[in-house]
Write a protein that binds this ligand. Structure first.
Ligand SMILES: CC(C)(COP(=O)(O)OP(=O)(O)OC[C@H]1O[C@@H](n2cnc3c(N)ncnc32)[C@H](O)[C@@H]1OP(=O)(O)O)[C@@H](O)C(=O)NCCC(=O)NCCS
Length: 116
């Protein structure tokens, strides 16, 4: 049964400006794996913005905000993203689905949460 859905759309420039204004923003918001993944890519800010969108979409799906770094996006060898919840509370779901897209100016993410 689906128990939560969330979507978010963000301007890549907004995330880029936040990082350039305050370099600590990256460590405060993103996990080490998210930073490493994005740094290895040509359009670093697009990937970071997408991961930011996943966090916001997840908050919408559970109906509350939690620590930024408790919500992580990793990628399977195929490139498919997966949501990892690092918080103790699992917020009632047993399975999550995430999808990401980004272009030069915008990044978007959708999160679906299921309970068996
Ligand atoms: C996966 C695919 C749809 C990405 O589309 P795209 O338009 O290049 O890029 P988008 O910006 O829309 O999406 C990028 C995101 O897709 C996600 N993604 C990548 N591979 C994926 C996969 N196999 N399944 C689901 N999502 C995937 C990633 O989250 C990626 O963002 P990230 O790198 O920041 O995590 C594209 O690579 C594709 O068409 N794959 C189809 C399968 C295939 O291999 N086709 C080749 C046939 S010749």
């Amino acid at each position: 049964m689906i128990i939560g859905v969330g979507i978010d759309l963000i301007e890549v420039a907004r995330v880029q400006k936040a990082i350039e204004r305050n370099p600590r923003f990256v460590d405060r918001v993103f996990t080490e794996r998210e930073i490493l993944y994005s740094e290895g890519k040509k359009s670093r800010f697009q990937h970071l913005a997408a991961r930011f969108a996943v966090k916001e979409a997840f908050y919408k799906a559970i109906g509350q905000r939690i620590a930024w770094t408790d919500v992580e996006t990793i990628n399977l060898p195929s490139g498919q993203p997966q949501l990892i919840l690092l918080a103790k509370n699992i917020y009632g779901f047993t399975r999550s689905h995430v999808s990401i897209s980004h272009i030069a100016d915008y990044a978007t993410a959708v999160v679906v949460l299921e309970k068996e």
